[in-house]
Write a protein that binds this ligand. Structure first.
Ligand SMILES: [Zn+2]
Length: 157
């Protein structure tokens, strides 16, 4: 449950799908094997993030369905022009559901929504390595949105 607090916050960007679009509403399939196509999707995500990234931006993330691929792959910004790719991210633990204001490259406007501020996430790196990591605060809010994308859920829902 969320509601819009500001309309027309963001102009649509080339290469990023916009609501309404059925791809953004589809539950993404897990990556069975990390291969050339997985790496291509990751590269495409990174290229698009690179374009919209600015040094002052703290929280930036993108999910594969936003660029038209229904696979469970997300990218989040670590630092300027440095992104972390997570394949098949899975929530192990979530805590602290609080109201937050969020925006999304696929949805116009800013929304007041509820988000978890603590996540323990299991994922695969592009090298096929298993990782478990804890995300707190803004990075957790960001991850909530990207994982929601993989389940066909948007901030305006
Ligand atoms: Zn988004």
């Amino acid at each position: 449950m969320s509601f819009q607090i500001i309309a027309n916050f963001r102009k649509p960007r080339k290469g990023i799908l916009q609501e309404p679009n059925t791809i953004l509403r589809t539950i993404c399939t897990p990556v069975k094997e990390i291969d050339k196509s997985t790496k291509e999707i990751a590269k495409k995500l990174i290229d698009i993030m690179h374009e919209v990234d600015r040094p002052y931006k703290i929280w930036l993330g993108m999910a594969a369905p936003q660029i038209g691929c229904n696979q469970r792959i997300i990218a989040i910004k670590k630092s300027y022009h440095d992104y972390l790719i997570m394949v098949n991210p899975e929530i192990m633990e979530q805590k602290f559901l609080l109201p937050t204001i969020t925006g999304c490259y696929s949805v116009s406007g800013l929304y007041l929504t509820n988000s978890h501020y603590y996540f323990k996430i299991k994922y695969l790196t592009l090298d096929g390595e298993n990782k478990t990591e804890i995300f707190i605060g803004g990075s957790a809010v960001l991850l909530q949105q990207e994982i929601d994308h993989l389940n066909g859920k948007l901030i305006c829902d």
